[in-house]
Write a protein that binds this ligand. Structure first.
Ligand code: SAH
Ligand code: SF4
Ligand code: F3S
Length: 435
């Protein structure tokens, strides 16, 4: 095609794995119309900021970031604001930052090649259906993110995501299988299925689709020859019924690490958050899971300082942390977000108290991790080598544990057996077996 000109593209990605995947999508679409991705914004013809709005602080930085890029870019280069902040701020971004050329919401990513030709366009429709869209990856990688659904219907009372990504729609299974197949043909060993609620897969499709649920999808993916590992994020604790946990436990290709976002250990707060489960249900699911997979790696997300959270509520959260002994814990101070009901609650927790709780929680988790690391000594894991540099290599076990070892004789993409020989501040040092 003679109309294709050679241009360069720089993408700054903030936020979660879904945004990482969306940035790959943006790069792939723009690749078709002549853009090559580079890592220097100063010489790029197009700068895209793929934004996150889940908490206020990073979002506040958006306008200073735009200012920074406007200052360093080539005079004729364009700036586009994409992603979740684009979705809910829309035209306000153009008003506040005249250097921005267009605004493209998280639900409208596949429109990128059109919008670059429409000065000052704002494409943020939340009812746009991107669920039939898969893209060709330009680079071959070891791991690949694959969306299984878009949007979220849960409307947890603190969360802006349903207002940035719209209603939940599952992606047709044949498209997911096609994308996974193509990834495997290009050397991908591990796929990570993405959705705000992956285990609610199949609840709603656009158009007619044979009935299927997340277990059905996992089983079909497990049958793909050449695919070695499957992970997914995030499952919702509410949808973790016995059948789901049994499927997770029994398929060898499904990695034995799972993210179980707790958010709070207090039933009062869980109710106010509209999470739909109780502390008891959550602990019961962990117990069932550990009975099926004793060595399972469990990760979580916790919010402290949700409006009305008392010392007693927080003590319930600490109790769950003590009982579960999470392998990974992402913790956040509650951040009031526009369009969410919790932002209008009166009993907001003072920031100093919330920060104290955050540091107590993180400190407790670090102590537990140090204890857990001691128990790892001598354990043997099969790992996928993910990184090799300057004599040292890193890889992850099925359970998600990150291990470092001597790089001699190993290459990225190898599966090898290692034994844990030492630990330092929660990180594990291993030795290759049979080398
Ligand atoms: N769908 C996922 C969460 C996606 S958002 C789930 O249900 O687990 C990622 C994490 O950001 C959430 O798990 C939550 O812990 C945190 N988060 C979301 N909104 C927040 C807010 N208003 N303040 C602080 N943390 C928030
Ligand atoms: Fe947000 Fe809740 Fe949806 Fe997760 S499930 S994205 S926390 S509304
Ligand atoms: Fe992800 Fe942030 Fe959007 S966490 S879904 S990029 S608001």
């Amino acid at each position: 095609m003679s109309s294709i000109s050679k241009k360069t593209l720089y993408i700054e990605t903030m936020g979660c794995a879904m945004n990482t995947r969306d940035s790959e999508h943006l790069a792939s679409e723009l690749g078709k119309v002549g853009y090559t991705q580079i890592d220097n914004p100063e010489i790029a013809d197009l700068i895209l900021l793929n934004t996150c709005s889940v908490r206020e602080k990073p979002e506040r930085k958006l306008f200073s970031e735009i200012g920074h890029f406007a200052k360093i870019k080539k005079p004729e280069a364009k700036i586009g604001v994409c992603g979740c902040s684009a979705s809910h701020m829309g035209a306000q971004i153009l008003q506040k930052a005249p250097s921005v050329d267009f605004v493209l919401g998280a639900r409208n990513i596949s429109k990128i090649s059109q919008i670059i030709h429409q000065p000052k366009a704002v494409e943020v429709a939340l009812d746009h259906d991107d669920s039939h869209y898969i893209f060709e990856r330009s680079q071959s990688t070891l791991k690949a993110f694959i969306n299984v659904s878009i949007g979220c219907d849960k409307h947890c009372s603190y969360c802006i995501v349903p207002h940035t990504r719209g209603r939940e729609i599952s992606i047709p299974m044949r498209l997911i299988l096609q994308e996974a197949q193509r990834c495997v043909e290009n050397g991908v060993k591990e796929i990570i299925l993405l959705g705000q609620n992956v285990n609610n897969y199949g609840a709603r499709f656009s158009g007619t689709h044979p009935k299927i649920d997340f277990r059905g999808l996992l089983e079909s993916l497990c049958a793909l020859e050449g695919l070695e590992r499957i992970r997914f994020t995030s499952p919702h604790p509410l949808h973790m019924d016995d059948a789901f946990l049994e499927c997770f436990a029994h398929h060898p290709k499904i990695c034995k690490s799972i993210h179980m976002p707790l958010q709070s250990g207090s039933n009062t707060i869980l109710k106010a958050m509209k999470r739909g489960y109780t502390k008891e249900w959550y602990l019961n699911r962990v117990e069932k899971l550990r009975a099926l997979v004793p060595d399972v790696g469990i990760g979580t997300d916790i919010i402290v300082g949700f409006p009305g959270e008392t010392e007693a509520d927080f003590a319930h959260t600490l109790e769950v942390v003590d009982r579960v002994q999470f392998d990974t814990l992402y913790s956040f101070v509650y951040s009031p977000r526009p369009l969410t009901p919790a932002a209008h609650l009166e009993n907001q927790v003072p920031d100093t108290i919330a920060k104290e709780r955050l540091s107590m929680l993180q400190h407790r988790h670090q102590e537990l991790l140090a204890q857990k690391a001691k128990n790892e000594l001598g354990k043997v894991y099969r790992i996928l080598v993910e990184n090799v540099s300057e004599g040292s290599a890193q890889g992850r076990s099925d359970q998600g544990r990150l291990l470092s070892f001597e790089a001699q004789g190993v290459s990225v993409g190898d599966f090898i057996d290692v034994q844990v020989v030492a630990h330092h501040k929660g990180s594990l040092q291993a030795q290759r077996l049979g080398a």
